[in-house]
Ligand binder design. Sequence first.
Ligand SMILES: [Zn+2]
Length: 56
Amino acid sequence: MSKNHRGKALSKLPSRGRGTCPVCKTKRIKLLYTLLTENGTKLTVCKRCQHKTVSV
Ligand SMILES: [Zn+2]
């Protein structure tokens, strides 16, 4: 795996990888990490939330 979260790879993503984090509600942050919730749902979250445990 190369640097998927840096540089030109970001421009290929929807909104260039930015959006509102569903966990911490920060707007226009880069959402680059997949978080698996306790019920098996995948969320795309920011780097600050990537290790959180989320129950939805
Ligand atoms: Zn977040």
